[in-house]
Design a protein around this ligand. Structure first.
Ligand code: ZN
Length: 81
């Protein structure tokens, strides 16, 4: 089992929800888009393993990653004070 590749994605405000846009898929090189949750939620928590949206590759996946999300990630509320 090889680890899932990383796919760079950025957050875009959609209609009623966040969209996670992947400009260049590590498998097919095309752009994909994944749901990023409601606007009231932090889209950073939706960066996770996803199944690629490539035509004909239903079983392959990647891990969404965002430099911006890492930079803007708030201090988790559950962190010990
Ligand atoms: Zn793809």
């Amino acid at each position: 089992m090889s680890p899932l590749p990383y796919a760079y994605a950025y957050v875009e405000r959609g209609q009623g929800c966040w969209r996670l846009r992947i400009p260049c898929c590590p498998f097919c090189g095309r752009a994909h888009s994944h749901g990023g949750g409601p606007l009231a939620a932090d889209p950073a928590q939706f960066f996770s393993g996803r199944v690629a949206h490539c035509v004909g590759s239903r079983s392959r996946g990647y891990v969404l990653t965002s430099v911006r999300a890492l930079q803007r990630r708030p201090v988790p509320q559950w962190k010990a004070a």
